[in-house]
Ligand binder design. Structure first.
Ligand SMILES: [Zn+2]
Length: 343
């Protein structure tokens, strides 16, 4: 055990053996926004040996209110979140291997992103990806810790495939759009995120220190503004009996039957466009071509393009994706993408 973790190993729940186990552990954090920032930082400070971080977005000024890994310089540099996160996390603990992926998690890449990890942490902000994570976790038998936060409240649910209820045991279908609060309608309070992410990270420390039996199968719902804390026990075998996924073996999101592109970025007035093929040519070639049609800025990670005479801005990634800012209309975003980048 490295001496820097002495205080943590003094904690009886972990001990030296638990700490040494953490240092050999491998975890993947999907989504590196508000929840993901806190989860990744906590795991890295605690000395989890390998932490993969995956996110599709860049750092935006409106993120700084709650996404604790990022600062104004990251916004000015238009850094992809995982690149900014990797820089901070490496300065926090250089003993940890941090592996950043600038990517949109989909049925096509999710297996590759999680298969060599022993735990998946949910730092996402949308149901489509959570149902995909649920499918891949069940398929590969990897535990995952679901979490979500809106307004001043949020919930945490650890899921052990084949043993405890999964996401679809509780919610067989994705809630209808408009039937639940979103960060567009209810906003989100920074400290609420920190509480939920800390609960997720705590369960992660139990599992990654080799003590999964300490995790209570429960749905925990917390509202920090109201000061309420409820825990629903999920230890009844009946909960799993009729589940299409854990009992029925259905993998609608992993097979690609459901899901596809989740395009509108919550609370950002932005839409993500993902082309069928990747980018033709390099970002450098693209930026040279776009200069005739508007204002272009190039960074080592992406190209920012403002078409002349529009209010829109396109942020283009090396995998061909664009985040179109200034609209929440997917059709308008796709059309401007087709017009300037190609279809
Ligand atoms: Zn289930």
């Amino acid at each position: 055990m490295h001496p820097r973790y002495r205080k943590q190993a003094f904690f009886a729940g972990l001990g030296t053996a638990g700490q040494e186990r953490l240092e050999r552990a491998r975890a993947v954090v999907i989504g590196c926004g508000a929840l993901g920032s806190v989860i990744a930082e906590t795991l890295v400070r605690a000395g989890v040996g390998f932490v993969r971080i995956v996110d599709r977005d860049f750092v935006d000024l409106s993120n700084l209110q709650r996404q604790v890994l990022y600062d104004e310089q990251d916004v000015a540099d238009r850094l992809p979140k995982v690149i900014a996160a990797e820089r901070k996390l490496t300065r926090i603990n250089q003993l940890v291997t941090i592996e950043p992926h600038v990517a949109d998690v989909s049925a096509a890449n999710v297996r590759e992103l999680v298969r060599d990890c022993e735990l998946i942490l949910d730092g996402t902000d949308n149901f489509e990806i959570r149902y995909l994570l649920n499918d891949v976790a069940l398929e590969l038998g990897i535990p995952w810790i679901n979490g979500g936060c809106i307004g001043s409240h949020g919930q945490v649910m650890p899921i052990f495939p084949g043993r405890t209820p999964c996401l679809r045991c509780l919610m067989p279908e994705i809630p209808e759009p408009g039937s639940t609060e979103t960060c567009d309608t209810a906003g989100v309070l920074g400290p609420a995120v920190n509480v939920i992410a800390s609960l997720q990270a705590t369960e992660a420390l139990k599992i990654l220190s080799g003590q999964p039996q300490l995790v209570v199968p429960a749905l925990t719902v917390v509202d920090i503004w109201e000061g309420t804390w409820r825990r629903m026990n999920l230890n009844q075998a009946t909960l799993r009996q009729h589940c299409p996924a854990c009992t029925g073996g259905e993998r609608l999101w992993l097979s690609g039957e459901r899901g596809g592109q989740s395009v509108v970025l919550c609370g950002r007035n932005s839409v993500q466009v993902t082309p069928d093929g990747g980018l033709r040519g390099s970002l450098k070639e693209l930026s040279a071509r776009l200069r005739a049609s508007g204002e272009v800025r190039e960074t080592p990670f992406l190209v920012i393009f403002r078409p002349a005479e529009t209010e829109l801005e396109l942020t283009l990634f090396a995998d061909g994706r664009a985040i179109v800012s200034g609209t929440d209309d997917p059709a308008q975003a796709r059309s401007v993408y087709a017009q300037y980048i190609g279809s």
